[in-house]
Design a protein around this ligand. Sequence first.
Ligand SMILES: Nc1ncnc2c1ncn2[C@@H]1O[C@H](COP(=O)(O)OP(=O)(O)O)[C@@H](O)[C@H]1O
Ligand SMILES: N[C@@H](CCC(=O)OP(=O)(O)O)C(=O)O
Length: 382
Amino acid sequence: MAAARRIVIKLGTGVVTHPEAGLALGRLSSLVEAACDLHRQGREVIVVSSGAVGMGQRVLGLAKRPDSLGLRQACAAVGQGHLMALYTQLFGQLGVKAAQVLLIQEDLADRDRALCVRTTLMRLLELGVVPILNENDSVSVRELMEFRRGQGGSGPALEFGDNDGLSARVAVAIDADLLVILTDVDGLYTANPRTDPEARRIGELADVSEEALARTAGTSAGGTGGMTSKLEAARLASKAGIGVLITSGHLPGALVAALAGEDRGTYVPPAQRRSAHRRQIASGAPARGGLVVNEGAIAALHERKASLLPIGLVRVDGEFARGELVEIRDGSGRVHGRGLVNYSSEECRRLAGRHSSEIASILGFCGYDAVIGRDNLALSEV
Ligand SMILES: Nc1ncnc2c1ncn2[C@@H]1O[C@H](COP(=O)(O)OP(=O)(O)O)[C@@H](O)[C@H]1O
Ligand SMILES: N[C@@H](CCC(=O)OP(=O)(O)O)C(=O)O
């Protein structure tokens, strides 16, 4: 954990909000301070924050969390602005820029959209900005879908906004080293500690088994998924080779102490070696097509670790859609690497040999300067 460079930190509703006073200012300030310390140490921090619904509920003066989906989505719309205003202010006071990114989980399931999300997050990190993510609750139809599925007899309706799952999917999408889930308990217990005084904390969970999942029922007052969704998120991240720490966002210093190696939560180690994005690009699915590039582009890719720009494109082989995997070849057919392409084969053909500044006039829109961005590129060994 101490060596983790890219860290996703998820804050649950019970961490962010205060039962009477709306946002939990003191708690949030000290967590933002901890995040800024990590940032200053040269680590990349991505925050996934819940709390929009809880905050909106308080701003609107509603006595309890609304049962109706529409009203909860309206609460989220009201609360998100308040939440983000505070994050911007707190990070800003400590000299760190923050950015809001609202997603729905489907954004990470769709190849084109996932590429877009990944690119945005990477650029923000390069700019030294801390992205603050939340599910875009007001437009998410997942709960409705789950409810319909539930009516079909396959189990209870799930609420929208499973930020535990979202944080794990984001951690996988951006190759994070560590996912930290901060909640109102200091880890997984042998049973729900709210209802079982005999419950004991589990320091390390080597395997997220069905037996472990069976120990988790119930949530906090404003929370949605409880420990079950945290363990499911941990299982997903761990399978992708990412370590997960579940610890308290209430106990001051728990996050920093755990990162320094103290036993302060439940650690789920990676179940396998990291399936790094680049390694997947290098050795994953067969390429759908090829981009033949000129010598200048080959040199820029190898020597300057540059992105592949349209000006270096000579020919486009095969048919592919945006976000698909293509090979990068030189004129003799030698393969120099592979990457996820930002434009379709048809668009690449129109862009070949042209300057990036011309993209908008050629295509009618300008998505990216590069045909393949450097973080979606894996070069062959030379
Ligand atoms: N075995 C368990 N160990 C720890 N907490 C548990 C367990 N089973 C259920 N819980 C409940 O999970 C809650 C945390 O989940 P949740 O309320 O969804 O938090 P958040 O809002 O942070 O996502 C705890 O307050 C606790 O009541
Ligand atoms: N997106 C919702 C939170 C959803 C959610 O997963 O909540 P929690 O279980 O408290 O992390 C919100 O901002 O209120």
